[in-house]
Design a protein around this ligand. Structure first.
Ligand SMILES: [Zn+2]
Length: 275
């Protein structure tokens, strides 16, 4: 298939279906760019699996692969990450839905679907060692004090977690820190749940664009102290940090309302719309 850089996974499928189908799909995925639709989405029947080769940027505390999709070196405009809290798996699903719509070779901004896979496997906010990874970053205000949070049904922050033995004590934190330093993103978008807001201390046009598209309020901060957070560390590195808190809604609703915007962010199809 000259001129077609489809991921090799496709080849047996298309070869089995014959050259005519392969040629048709090549045109579908790589149709000429135009102003209305710079990047064609993968058609619905093909969205069941990830069509992108992962790159392993590190390993978790329990030797689970930490994977990134897209560019491995910077500088990049945006890095999109999800599930630093392992009990916020809806962030992984919504971001994965967007990534699975992106044709191979069309990821402009890199994606990490889970920065805390051990926590996701255990269903815990923390990693496997009981550390809240969003309090483990080497910031000026890192604190050894325990971290309290509320569970998904609670109103009181009374669940105890550790910020780690020291700043960046956790394998997941160190791997992501090195990854961010290599990528040199201008902005990191970190997906969380379920506070239903877009947080950006700098109120950047990009955050405003996201908030207006997905119908969430844009706020400067979440209203409580977060020592050692990834957001604080990013700000100290002069990286724009946008925390995108999904609402507490059925997953199907969030896929409808949030995935199209994430698709645009992954493919780079937003710059003309962000003033
Ligand atoms: Zn969270």
């Amino acid at each position: 298939m000259p001129g077609c850089d489809l991921y090799p996974f496709f080849l047996p499928v298309f070869s089995a279906a014959g050259n005519t189908l392969a040629s048709t799909y090549c045109q579908w995925y790589f149709s000429p760019m135009n102003k209305k639709e710079p990047t064609t989405m993968i058609p619905r029947p093909e969205r069941g699996i990830l069509r992108h080769a992962p790159w392993q940027y590190g390993k978790s505390g329990q030797n689970t692969a930490l994977n990134l999709y897209g560019p491995r070196t910077g500088p990049v405009d945006i890095l999109l990450i999800a599930a630093m809290h392992g009990d916020e798996c809806e962030t992984t699903v919504v971001l994965s839905e967007a990534l699975r719509r992106v044709p191979p070779g069309k990821i402009r901004n890199p994606v990490i679907l889970s920065t805390n896979p051990d926590g996701a496997l255990q269903g815990t906010r923390s990693n496997a060692r009981g550390v809240d990874l969003n309090r483990n970053w080497p910031t000026a205000n890192w604190s050894s004090d325990p971290v309290y949070h509320k569970d998904h049904g609670g109103t009181v922050q009374d669940i105890l977690l550790s910020p780690g033995e020291a700043p960046a004590s956790e394998a997941e934190t160190r791997a992501l820190q090195e990854c961010v330093e290599n990528l040199q993103p201008r902005t990191v978008i970190s997906l969380h749940a379920p506070l239903a807001c877009v947080e950006d201390p700098r109120a950047t046009p990009l955050a405003s664009w996201i908030a207006s598209r997905v119908g969430l309020p844009l706020i400067p901060d979440v209203g409580y102290a977060t020592p050692g957070s990834f957001g604080t560390w990013s700000a100290e590195q002069d990286i724009n940090i946008i925390t995108w808190e999904l609402p507490s809604e059925p997953l199907a609703n969030m896929i409808d309302s949030h995935t199209p915007t994430l698709f645009k962010l992954i493919t780079g199809d937003y710059q003309s719309e962000v003033s």
